[in-house]
Design a protein around this ligand. Structure first.
Ligand code: PLP
Length: 486
């Protein structure tokens, strides 16, 4: 099967993205060769075969040494790293206005901001409730610094930002103190694309803005001449699969001086003395890149960005919009014979202002929740790779599941023994409540067949009772090794 008539009638723009089918055949053939339905692009993108070939060829030809020395092998590597950096800035249209700091991943980029932002009494940290934990964690730096921490709630059931609350909270800052507002450009839980117009609105009210773009940039254009947050975090493996272990913090040059590094390390200083107990931090990106970079992988970032440019981010976005629209409408139409829905979606029910990340839970004909871990298990048996849990996004999960502060405190009372499986038991004892869901996410190599295979899988739960679905065969002890992530 290629596509269905009904799909094309409803999403005619899909026909214009056929170049992606050719690309899938030539560069991602392993998907069909292994019968894999990959639906975890928000967890990690997939690499094209040519990315790896090109990178391996480079490493086979060149003699690369640790950068930042005067030897030929070191100079060659320094040049390649700086070419990679220039490419990153060019790709996001930030050349001249931004500094690109290479990090291990998006979390590393976010931590750099958290630890270097001058939080102080009177200052603020404002977070949206659907931030990834790697952004939520910044609140620990804010607390240590004495800044006030607030959350902008989400609306239910769409899981969009409560705009009235955001406006009021943004208006309540004292511009005489440092204030940081952090939000994801796209939620990794619900796929919601939050309005980037909030960046200017926050700037106007005396805030610096940190945009977590990790889940947004794999399928959307981020143009730093159009929107100009002070800090942007990305992970490159989410954009094009390879390499892992390299992310980036983009810092608006006008905001560079705001950050104060709490320590120094090899590579971050122009000068340091033991007897004099002093150091002079290196300027620009060098002051933020601790120790030796993952230097051999950085040329693969340039290769990946070129691959994305050749493929065309707008074509990718169009395809994702079509497939997401189809998935949303077909999942909502799926009913048991008694009329009850098979699937409950979390987040927006139409593709407007949302990306290709769709989170849900399954219910049996009596309206009983099917354990998401059992769904993952059954999907795996059919070669479908999806993700379950809370996706490191507790705020969105709590809002989606209508959990209260009391519920969360009951879980926290378990102390250091608390894991997601244990928390689920506690919630069941509190009245069949749950936390956690099933997430499917689309990306560059997704096609109609992937989506159709998942829809057929979902349709298999029609009129199946909990008993017929069967119980989880992995026990809780095994479950403990699966950490909530990504
Ligand atoms: C929105 C968002 N932010 C941050 C991260 C953290 O990325 P990493 O694990 O690459 O540091 C993720 C990972 O899934 C994410 O989806």
């Amino acid at each position: 099967m290629t596509t269905s008539r009904a799909f094309l009638d409803r999403h005619p723009a899909y026909a214009g993205t056929s170049a992606l089918d050719d690309l899938r055949a030539s560069e991602y053939a392993r998907l069909d060769a292994t019968g894999t339905v990959y639906l975890d692009y928000t967890g990690g993108g997939l690499h094209a075969e040519s990315q790896v070939r090109e990178h391996a060829g480079l490493l086979a030809r060149q003699v690369y040494g640790n950068p930042h020395s005067a030897s030929p092998s070191s100079t060659a590597m320094t040049d390649a790293v700086e070419r990679g950096r220039a490419k990153v800035l060019e790709y996001f249209n930030g050349t001249g206005a931004y500094t690109a700091v290479f990090t291990l991943n998006a979390s590393g980029a976010l931590k750099l901001v958290g630890e270097a932002y001058p939080f102080e009494p009177g200052g603020r940290l404002l977070l949206t409730a659907d931030n990834h934990n790697s952004v939520n964690g910044i609140r620990e730096f804010a607390r240590t610094g004495g800044a006030q921490v607030d959350y902008v709630p989400l609306t239910s059931p769409d899981l969009r930002i409560d705009q009235a609350a955001a406006t009021a909270l943004l208006a309540s800052a004292d511009p005489a103190h440092p204030n940081l507002f952090a939000f994801p450009a796209q939620s990794n839980f619900s796929g919601v694309k939050h309005p980037l117009s909030m960046i200017d609105a926050a700037h106007d009210r005396g805030w610096h803005v940190l945009v977590d773009a990790a889940a947004f940039v794999p399928t959307n254009r981020l143009d730093l001449r159009v929107v100009s947050p002070d800090f942007v975090a990305v992970s490159f493996y989410k954009m094009f699969g390879y390499p892992t272990g390299v992310g980036c913090l983009l810092i608006r040059n006008a905001a560079l001086a705001t950050l104060r590094r709490p320590w120094f390390a090899g590579g971050t200083v122009n000068f340091a003395t033991v007897q004099g107990r002093g150091h002079v931090l290196a300027p620009h990106e060098a002051g933020f890149e601790d120790g030796t970079l993952n230097y051999l992988s950085i040329p693969a970032v340039e290769i990946g960005l070129c691959h994305l440019e050749r493929t065309g981010i707008d074509t990718i976005q169009t395809r994702i919009d079509c497939l997401t629209g189809w998935l949303l409408s077909e999942l909502q139409a799926l009913r048991h014979a008694n009329g009850r829905p098979v699937v409950q979606l979390y987040g927006p029910s139409t593709p407007e202002q949302r990306g290709g990340t769709i989170t849900m839970n399954f219910y049996d004909p009596a309206g009983k929740l099917v354990d998401f871990r059992r769904i993952e298990e059954l999907a795996g048996q059919e070669g479908i790779s999806l993700r379950t849990g809370c996706f490191c996004n507790p705020g969105a999960g709590e809002t989606a599941a209508n959990l209260t502060e009391d519920d969360m405190r009951a879980g926290l009372a378990e102390g250091a023994e608390l894991t997601l499986p244990r928390f689920l038991q506690v919630m069941q004892q509190r009245g069949d409540k749950s936390l956690g869901a099933i997430r499917v996410s689309l990306g560059l190599a997704s096609n109609f067949a992937d989506v159709d295979r998942f829809l057929q899988f979902a349709a298999g739960f029609r009129d199946r009772t909990l008993a017929a679905v069967g119980v989880l065969t992995i026990d809780d002890a095994n479950c403990r090794v699966i950490r909530d992530g990504s």
